[in-house]
Design a protein around this ligand. Sequence first.
Ligand code: HBI
Length: 355
Amino acid sequence: MKLLFVSTPVGPLGSGLGGGVELSLYNIAREIIRRGHDLQIVAPAGSTWDDLPVMQISGNLQIIAQSLERQTPITMPCNPLLANMWDYVRQVENEYDLVVNFAYDWLPFYLTPFFKIPIAHFVSMGSLSDALDQIIVKISKQFPGTIGFYTPAQADTFPKLISPIYYLSSGIDLSLYQFCSQPKQQLAWLGRISPEKGLEDAFAVAESTNISLKVMGKIQDESYWQKIQQDYPNAPFEYLGFLSTKEMQQILGECKALIMTPRWVEAFGNVAIEALACGVPVISYSRGGPASIIKNNETGFLVKPDSVSGLIEATKRVEQINRQTCRDTAQKVFSLEVLGERFEKWFVDILNSRA
Ligand code: HBI
C-alpha cells in the first residue's frame, strides 16, 4: 500500500511535544516500512526524524486540546500549520491509497468527505471537546470503520460510534528493555509531573509503606511538584528527571512495581507496557488505558480509582505476581510486530470496504 501519515500539529516530530502519539506514530511508521509498504509522513517543519521520510510543512502550531474547555469553540491560528498540512494532502492525494490522520483536531475530520482518498483517523486521547465528539460521530457514520482508538476504555469516553470500531492498542521495541527478575526495595512512578497524573497518591504509598519511590519524567507543573513534597515530608523518594529509554528502563527494571495514579482517562499508558517489558508488575487505578492493559492478579493489580489504601494493600502483595509473566505478556501482546499487524489489518479493511 502507498500510505500518507499526517502528524499531530502541536509540535515537530522529535520535540516530544506530541507526547504519546509521537511515540506511536514513530513505531507504526517503522513497522509499516519494515512490512514493505510505501510511506510518507507529513509533519511540522523542524521535525528531526531523519530515519523516516518526513515532508516538513511550516505554519503556526495548533493549541493543545487538553488546555481547552469542552465548549471552547474550534480555533485556528493565522497561517495554520494544520490547514497547511491538509493543503499538501489535497495536492498529492492521487499518489496514495490511504491517508492516516494522527491529529486530535476538528479540521481533518471535517475535511474527510472533501477528499477522494479514504482517510483513517487514529484518535490519541479520551473525549475532551463537544465539537470534536460531534464531528467524530458524524464521520464514523459516514465512513464506518475509519475511526481507531488505543483502547476500549478510551473509546467509551466518546458518544456511541458506528461499528466496526478499531482498538489498536500500542507497542514498543522490546529489544530496548531488559528483563530484571530480582528487584530492589523500591517503587517506580513514570510520567509528566502534572495534576492529571495524580503523583501525590504514589507519595502517600511511599510514606505509608516506607518503600522509596523512584520518580522519572518531565516536571510540567512546578508548583504542583513543590506542593506534593510539602504535603508528604516523610515520603522516601528520589527524583531522577526525564531520562532516555535506556537509562529509564535500567531504574524501572529494579523496582518491585510501577505505581500508576491517573486522575483522567489515560488513552493508553505506554509506561505500563514499558514496565511489563522489564518484568515489573503494574499497580494502577482501574481507569482508562491501564484498565485494558493490566490483567488483574496476573500482570499487576487494578485498584478502585483514587483509593490510596487500595494501592497500599496491592503494593504489600505484589510479590504474588510472576515477573516473567509480565515480560511474556509484553512480548506476546505489545511487540512492534503485533502493533504493525493490527494497523496493517485496519488499513486493509478500510481499502477492502471501499473497493
Ligand atoms: N492537541 N490540538 C491538539 N492536537 C493534537 O494532535 C494533540 C493535542 N494534544 C496532545 C496530543 N495531540 C498528543 O500529545 C496526545 O495525543 C498524546
